[in-house]
Design a protein around this ligand. Structure first.
Ligand SMILES: Cc1cc2nc3c(=O)[nH]c(=O)nc-3n(C[C@H](O)[C@H](O)[C@H](O)COP(=O)(O)OP(=O)(O)OC[C@H]3O[C@@H](n4cnc5c(N)ncnc54)[C@H](O)[C@@H]3O)c2cc1C
Length: 506
């Protein structure tokens, strides 16, 4: 877009430079919380970071730390399973429960490593049609195994591969935290590979200063190249003329003319609100896209002192720990059932989280609190609006239940607490987290790859509206901080006759 000859980015409400709206002080000065994402995982293999294409790491101040002991799962009998970035150490941890499972896990991890180039080749670029992906994969034994995983459910895959409840619980917990899907959802099995064993190749990154450091580095990059970022305005409409995007109209009536193109983060379900002229067949399918099956409830808080954890000495107290209030896999799977019916089970909640002592983000001696629970958006008894009246009770229950593992997670130790229901998340980000869905859209096969969000919109362009491009977690590759802007830029450069490879080589 151009106003006064500049490249312009228009953003709503928040001053995000320096991580303002993404990493914020919510309760007390010195306690800096990530409002949404905390861990940046599938953006790490993206050439945006892997090759530092924009210089975010080398020139614009973005830094990551990569915790080593990645994830521990603690069950109600206080037994633990530790996933390390080191595959041998992880297999040792599994062998405590089952030698057979350790071997199956190693084989899966080695398969993951082997097919990684195939997976990554299509992830951060404009996707080809799903039918073509399947055709290509069908040509090799590894590809056929990938197709098999894609069509199955995570539950089928872990039941086939493993015998120990520990490893099954760990994998299903790790996947569902990312996909917000049911273990038996058919067509989501690829998540077993993408979100578990690939951690031995790419680690989670924690941005130094908080997640806001990523958009802050992007902002510095835009400004370095002469771009201007306009804050605290709300876009009302994408302006179009003769089947082409010509600019933006803001709610206070200001118009911004587009020189080359408009890139907008518009959820497929909101497309008709922002853009005129899109064919009804395209809009109809866009409206039928599916949100993730359930949502995340989150607590941010400040603690007087760090949490004491009932874990064996060898488990690092400051690592990522998942707490499971059962040690039985069948029970664990049943705990998802209330979510299918819009219900909250106060006795058997799927909860997690803990404390963080990240230098520079919390006063010395204190700790940040971050707790979550899987919850429905549309409550059976009262719908989404009911969330405002029950959220503090839900937050009390999460804390009370987790004292089983962390005895000083008490009101006495709490300096402040802010709870976010799915309704709050929708209020924060209503054009991305539609119906409070942090992933934008579900992870199911029918809206995956060249089908995400729909076949007609999957190449980031909008039929009948030239020079309008869509970005966001509801687009391929999806569902979190993945660096989706890269394939959007590839598509746009292609249309404008710009050599993308040359552009990022400079
Ligand atoms: C509790 C929680 C934890 C999460 N944890 C992780 C994690 O660990 N790792 C991960 O990868 N992902 C995680 N996610 C998901 C991730 O945060 C989201 O996928 C990501 O923030 C979505 O980015 P976005 O730019 O689409 O939306 P946002 O980050 O919400 O940004 C959208 C921006 O657009 C602005 N806007 C909206 N409408 C308009 C308008 N009309 N005009 C102008 N501006 C407008 C909004 O105000 C907002 O600033 C998490 C999400 C939640 C809720």
């Amino acid at each position: 877009m151009a106003k006064a000859g500049k490249k312009v980015a228009v953003l709503e409400q928040h001053d995000f430079i320096g991580g303002g709206a993404v990493t914020i002080e919510r309760g007390m000065p010195g306690f800096k919380h990530d409002l949404h994402s905390v861990l940046h995982y599938l953006v790490q293999p993206n050439p945006l970071l892997a090759n530092d294409e924009l210089g975010l790491l080398s020139k614009f101040g973005l830094q990551y730390i990569y915790p080593d002991a990645v994830q521990t799962t603690v069950l109600s009998d206080f037994s633990t399973f530790e996933l390390h970035s080191d595959l041998d150490k992880t297999c040792e941890s599994i062998a405590k429960y089952s030698q057979k499972d350790a071997e199956a896990y190693r084989e899966l991890a080695e398969f993951g490593r082997r097919v990684l180039p195939m997976l990554l080749a299509g992830m951060y670029t404009v996707p080809i049609p799903l039918s073509a992906t399947l055709g290509l994969l069908g040509n090799s034994e590894d590809g056929r195994r990938l197709i098999d995983m894609m069509f199955r459910s995570p539950l089928q895959i872990v039941e086939q591969l493993f015998e120990s409840d520990h490893i099954k619980i760990h994998i299903i917990r790790a996947i569902t935290e990312h996909t917000l899907g049911f273990p038996d959802d058919m067509g989501t099995g690829l998540s077993v590979l993408l979100l578990t064993v690939l951690l031995h190749v790419y680690r989670y990154g924690l941005a130094v200063g908080g997640s806001g450091a990523l958009p802050a580095a992007l902002a510095r990059c835009i400004e370095h190249h002469g771009g201007v970022i306009i804050k605290n305005v709300t876009v009302e409409k994408v302006l179009t003329r003769n089947g082409r995007a010509t600019g933006l109209l803001t709610t206070d009536g200001e118009e911004y003319a587009a020189k080359d193109a408009v890139i907008a983060s518009i959820h497929p379900k909101k497309l008709s609100h922002f853009v005129d002229g899109v064919p009804e067949t395209v809009l109809g399918r866009a409206r039928r896209t599916e949100q993730s099956p359930y949502r995340l409830f989150k607590i941010d808080g400040g603690l007087k002192e760090p949490l004491r954890k009932n874990v064996p000495d060898h488990v690092p107290q400051d690592g990522i720990i998942e707490w499971i209030l059962t040690d039985n896999f069948r029970d664990f799977i049943k705990w998802f059932d209330p979510l299918r019916h819009g219900e909250i089970d106060f006795d058997r909640p799927l909860i997690g989280g803990g404390d963080m002592q990240i230098p520079g983000r919390v006063p010395e001696g204190n700790a940040l609190l971050y707790l979550t629970q899987y919850v429905p958006y549309n409550l059976a008894n009262g719908g989404p609006q009911k969330w405002d009246s029950i959220k503090e009770r839900v937050a009390d229950n999460i804390m009370e239940k987790l004292t089983y593992f962390m005895p000083n997670l008490t009101q006495d130790n709490l300096l402040f607490r802010k709870a976010d229901s799915p309704l709050d998340m929708e209020r924060h980000s209503g054009n991305s987290m539609v119906e409070g869905d942090p992933c934008g859209l579900g992870f199911q096969l029918f809206q995956f790859g060249g089908n995400r969000p729909t076949p007609e919109l999957s190449n980031y362009a909008v039929p009948n509206v030239e020079r309008l491009y869509l970005s966001g977690p509801f687009m391929h590759p999806g569902a979190g901080v993945f660096g989706v802007g890269r394939p959007v830029a590839i598509k746009m450069c292609d249309d404008l006759g710009i050599d993308f490879d040359k552009l990022v080589a400079n």
